[in-house]
Write a protein that binds this ligand. Sequence first.
Ligand SMILES: Cc1cc2nc3c(=O)[nH]c(=O)nc-3n(C[C@H](O)[C@H](O)[C@H](O)COP(=O)(O)OP(=O)(O)OC[C@H]3O[C@@H](n4cnc5c(N)ncnc54)[C@H](O)[C@@H]3O)c2cc1C
Length: 474
Amino acid sequence: MTPRRPSGTNWAGNVRFSARELRRPASITELQDLVAGSDRVRALGTGHSFSLLADTTGVLVSTAGLPRVTDIDRARRTVTVGGGVRYGELATRLHPAGLALPSMASLPHISVAGACATATHGSGNTAGNLATAVAAMELVTADGSLITLARDTDGEQFAGAVVSLGCLGVVTRLTLELVPAFEIAQYVCEDIAAAEVSRHFDEVFGSAYSVSVFTRWQAGRDVKVWLKHCPGAPGDPAPPPRGRSWLGGRPADGPRHPIPGLDPAAATGQLGVPGPWYERLPHFRLAFTPSSGDELQSEYLLPRAAAADTLAAAAGHGERLAPVLQVCEIRTVAADELWLSPSYRRDTVALHFTWIRDQGAVAPVLAGLERDLVPLGAGRTGGRCRASRRRPFGKCISACRISRRSPASMTRPGPSRTTSRRNSSPLPNGLVPGPARLIRRTWCAHPDVRACGGRRIGSGLGESPNVRRRRFLA
Ligand SMILES: Cc1cc2nc3c(=O)[nH]c(=O)nc-3n(C[C@H](O)[C@H](O)[C@H](O)COP(=O)(O)OP(=O)(O)OC[C@H]3O[C@@H](n4cnc5c(N)ncnc54)[C@H](O)[C@@H]3O)c2cc1C
C-alpha cells in the first residue's frame, strides 16, 4: 500500500484540498482495492485546475504512479496511454514514431486523463478539444471494477463519459487518435487594435492552423496575434508578410511571452522557425513554469456566432479589467458530440482570462463580466474560477442519465453531497470555485437520481437565474 500523505494544494495554490488523505497507487489492482475500500474518491491529475473540481473530503487519488503505458499502433494511428501521463511526455514518444496529436493546450504539463475530463482545448477552427481525440478509455468505477468504453461500441454512454469532470471513475488508460507528425512555424503579430480582430474575426482565426489572440482590452493597439502555421501543408494560408503591415500591426521583431513583460524564454519557438508540433502548439515549454505561475484563471466558452458581441462585451469592461488582468486570450474550438463539452454541437469562441492572484479583487470584476457574457450563451470550463453558479456545460441534464446507467458512480451510496448546502460558501475572498460545485450538487454524486439531483437541475434550467441562485444558496 502507498503511504498516506497530506493532500496539499493545486498547482496555483489557490485551492487547499480538503481530502483527508492523498494516495498514489502504483498498479491498477492497488487502485481498484483503494477505490472499492473508500467511501469517497476523487482522481487527481497534475492539479492544474483552478477550481475545487479535483477536491473531495474523502481520498484523493493521484494518478502519477499508475502504469505509464504508451502503446503506439502505427497501422491504426492510435496510442493507448496511461491516464496520468503528461502530454509533454507523450509527445516525445509519438514524434519519433512519425505521429502527432492534432491539438494541444497552451501547456504540455497536464495529464491526459485530467485534460480530457475537463475538455481542455487549444485553438483552431477545425480543432476540437483534446477529449475529441479519445477513441476508448478504461476506468475503475466505484465498486473497483475495471471497465472499458469505446466510441465504436458504446455510443451515447461513451459520448457522455469522456468529458466526465472526474465523476465517473478513475481513468487508467485512454486510446487517442493521432495524425501524421507535422511541423509548425509560429509567428507573433503585434500592435493590432482589438476592433480589427472583431471586424475580421473569421479572417483572423482562419489565417493559420491554430490562432490565439492576446489582449488586455486596453484602448489603442494592445493586441498580439499568435499564428501557428503548418508550412507546406495543403491549404495552409501564407504567413504574415515580413516587414509589412498585417491588420494594421506588424510581425514581432523578437520572441514574446503571452503575458506582456514576462521572459519569452518560457515560451515556445517563434519568428517562423519551424519545429515539431509539440514544441509549437503549446505556448509554454515543458521545462519552464507555464504562464506567470502567480495567477488565477477563468474561461468562458460562447457560441462562435456570438463572437462579435462577445468581444464587444469584454471590451466594455476594459477599465475594470486593467488592474486585475494579466492577459486575456481568445481562441476558437470546433463543435463536438461530447455531452459535457462546452463545445457540444456548437463551434465555440473561448475567452480566457489570466488574473492576478487576488481573489478579492478579481471577484467583482468577474461577476460584472459574467453578467454580460452569460446572456450571450457563455458556459465555463471545468478547471477555472467563476463568479456564479449557473449552468456550466452543454448537456448537464442528460449527463444525469449517464450516472444512472453507469455501472457505478464515484461516490458509493451514503449521505449525498447534494444535501449539504453549507458547502456552497465561496472560496476565501469571495470567488466561487468552478463547476465542481454544481457538479457536486447535481451530477453523479450518487447513482440514485433523486440524490444525484438531476431533476432539480432539470427544473432549475427553466427557472430564472435569481430563483436558481436562491435555490443553490439556500
Ligand atoms: C498555466 C495553465 C494553463 C492552462 N491552459 C489551458 C489551456 O490552454 N486550455 C484549457 O482548456 N485549459 C487550460 N488549463 C486548465 C487545465 O488544462 C485543466 O484544468 C486540466 O484539467 C488540468 O489537467 P490536470 O491533469 O492538472 O487535471 P486536475 O486538475 O488534476 O484534475 C482535473 C479534473 O480531472 C479529473 N481527473 C484527473 N485525472 C483523472 C483520471 N485519471 N480519471 C478521472 N478523472 C480525472 C479530476 O478529478 C478533476 O475533476 C490551464 C491551466 C494552467 C494552470
